[in-house]
Write a protein that binds this ligand. Structure first.
Ligand SMILES: Nc1nc2c(ncn2[C@@H]2O[C@H](COP(=O)(O)OP(=O)(O)O)[C@@H](O)[C@H]2O)c(=O)[nH]1
Ligand SMILES: [Mg+2]
Length: 237
């Protein structure tokens, strides 16, 4: 059993070394499966790629994937499709979700009968420290997702997710978005097609250093919801 942990990065030369060191140490102690860390860089214009390559030499089980075009969804699709792993996962480089949620996320897929696992900042048991602005946008967005699709999962956008190889093989080719809406599209289509989603509360501490442009991302997300809704109406999946 091989578990892939993809770390999507865009201009993250500063935080990357400490995050990979923490994650590597954590997995060594707490992951009972074989694992690989893949740093997935898109078009960073700082030293991220060089730092990632150095880390891949320094640490065992760490490799690098590079793409020329931006977009976190694009990086995840490519890295997951090319990986040999049985379970594919990703987490944000800032490790905002506490790592102790990682083993249960993986166990839910390996032995719990779930196909997709997601970290959630919006369940009762989640502990979330973030700005009022991000909290409000997140709550409104997730209500919109539910209003559009009557979905049950609680948090589409948490950067902490896992999926089985089998579910990924069917779902990834159906996802059009290459950016931030990728996650929502994966979950909405997945739930519609009957894949079981494990919704796990996480302990989240916001890292204020963000790559998200809030206004343009919100517009893209709403356009994405409308696009996928139209496809549902046409029976596209
Ligand atoms: N590969 C890749 N990763 C990205 C891109 N944009 C953002 N990321 C990564 O996505 C993760 C989440 O970004 P972050 O700025 O922390 O988002 P926030 O926590 O929602 O503010 C980080 O690991 C980023 O480096 C991109 O275009 N390509
Ligand atoms: Mg972040």
């Amino acid at each position: 059993m091989l578990v892939n942990i993809t770390i999507p990065v865009y201009n993250e030369e500063k935080i990357l070394p400490s995050s990979i060191a923490s994650l590597h140490a954590f997995l060594g102690q707490h992951c009972r499966f074989d694992w690989e860390i893949v740093v997935a860089d898109n078009a960073s214009i700082d030293g991220t790629l060089e730092v990632a390559k150095r880390l891949s030499k320094e640490f065992s089980n760490v490799r690098v994937v590079h793409l020329d075009q931006k977009g976190r969804g694009r990086a995840l699709r490519k890295t997951w499709m090319e990986s040999q792993a049985d379970i594919l996962s990703y987490m944000d480089v800032d490790l905002s979700s506490n790592l102790f949620a990682f083993p249960p996320l993986i166990e839910a897929l390996v032995s719990g009968g779930f196909d997709i696992g997601i970290g959630s900042r919006l369940l009762k048991a989640s502990t979330t420290k973030r700005s009022i602005k991000r909290e409000t946008i997140s709550r409104i967005y997730n209500l919109m997702v539910k209003a559009f699709f009557f979905t049950k999962f609680s948090d589409a956008q948490c950067g902490f997710k896992a999926i089985t190889k089998k579910a990924a093989a069917e779902l990834l080719p159906k996802i059009e978005d290459n950016g931030w809406f990728f996650d929502t599209e994966l979950l909405v289509i997945g739930e519609r097609l009957g894949y079981r989603i494990f919704d796990l509360p996480v302990s989240w501490v916001e890292d204020m250093d963000s790559r998200v442009k809030i206004v343009s991302t919100a517009i893209d997300d709403i356009n994405g919801l409308i696009r996928v809704k139209r496809k549902f109406r046409k029976g596209a999946y």
